[in-house]
Design a protein around this ligand. Structure first.
Ligand code: IPM
Ligand code: MG
Length: 351
């Protein structure tokens, strides 16, 4: 199996190194090749998604990505910025289904900012559409009006087949879980999501065992804090999913714990932590590598169909937490604070 390893920027290289260490410790036949993306791609090739990187990713069975972005690139033209590299690779590889599980490890209940009884036992799967919506809709841009003032435009749009295919992913996942799907929209205001709701309802006829509910995104944001355990699978569009998944991550104690999988129609996938590149803590060996390690576990599960090794990695993470190892973001009184590399070592040792 071939894995394209794209460390990216900020803390990307150090967290990816830990996930690679864990994958190597499994002694599987994995061929891992590194390439630059984001600011790193811009530095070497003047492009946040260099052609060679895209080719490597297309030829691979799966992609392991760190994170992209650094403030020092904020002044570049938009198409040269690190984030464009990420958005383009998602689009180029047709990775329309983004799975972001928010799972609370019992050991971390006290690391959450919410009361332990609100979050203990939490297990939500957020299914975010990743290649459409206002992220990619045309027209877009900033232009000069006749009046002499500037105007910014972005377009929210979804067609029926895009909604249907992400809906299907959510229903299929729900069938393997608690058979509940909550579709999140803003159908009271936005026509795009009115269509979203209609299509979800139509699709639900094919999944009679799954209980489908609907929630407006503002209410969903509130309910995630008020009573997050009411959710099993949540399915939503690109931008709502971006926002809600950051919110859900904090229920689990730290955004440093949240992995993600972005899949195409054939379960080829790109695996990355849900968090960003955190340039402020880069190269200090303090970042939490667990979201990336857990993303590697998702790779084993979803692309390589290797449930046994996926669970092995997840159990090793649990064991390292049970042994008291914590990076700074999840540290609480009485536990052992370790750096990024030492946390990777603790997971390898637990394997
Ligand atoms: C994410 C990130 C990206 C997104 C950014 C870096 C473009 O926030 O993966 O959630 O908005 O999708
Ligand atoms: Mg985001």
């Amino acid at each position: 199996m071939k894995i394209a390893v794209l460390p990216g920027d900020g803390i990307g290289p150090e967290i990816v190194a830990q996930a690679v260490k864990v994958l190597k410790a499994l002694n599987l036949h994995l061929e891992m090749t590194e390439a630059p993306i984001g600011g790193a791609g811009y530095e070497v090739a003047g492009d946040p998604l260099p052609e060679a990187t895209l080719k490597l990713a297309k030829d691979a069975d799966a992609v392991l990505l760190g994170a992209v972005g650094d403030w020092k690139y904020d002044k570049l033209e938009r198409h040269l910025r690190p984030e464009r590299g990420l958005l383009r690779i998602r689009k180029e590889l047709n990775l329309f289904a983004n799975l972001r599980p928010a799972l609370l490890y019992a050991e971390l209940a006290s690391a959450s900012t919410l009361k332990p009884d609100v979050v203990s036992g939490l297990d939500i799967m957020i299914v975010r559409e990743l290649t459409g919506d206002i992220y990619f809709g045309q027209p877009r841009g900033i232009s000069m009006l006749e009046s002499g003032e500037r105007e910014g435009v972005n377009t929210m749009r979804y067609n029926e087949s895009e909604i249907k295919r992400i809906g299907r992913v959510a229903f299929e996942i729900a069938m393997k879980r608690n058979k509940k799907v909550c579709s999140v929209d803003k159908a009271n205001v936005l026509e795009t999501t009115e269509l979203w709701r209609q299509v979800m309802i139509e699709l639900s006829a094919e999944y009679p065992e799954v209980e489908l509910s609907h929630m407006y995104v503002d209410n969903a944001a509130m309910q995630l804090i008020r009573a997050p355990k009411q959710f099993d699978v949540m399915v939503t569009g690109n931008i709502f999913g971006d926002i809600l998944s950051d919110e859900a991550s904090m229920l689990t104690g730290s955004i440093g714990m949240l992995p993600s999988a972005s899949l195409d129609q054939h379960n080829k996938g790109m695996y990355e932590p849900s968090h960003g590149s955190a340039p402020d803590i880069a190269r200090k060996d303090v970042a939490n590598p667990l979201a990336t390690i857990l993303s590697a576990a998702m790779m084993l599960r979803y692309t390589f169909n290797d449930e046994a090794n996926a669970s092995r990695v997840e159990n090793a993470v649990k064991k390292a937490l049970a042994q008291g190892f914590r990076t700074a973001d999840i540290w609480t009184e009485g536990t052992k604070k370790v750096g990024c590399a030492a946390m990777g070592d603790a997971v390898v040792a637990a394997l």
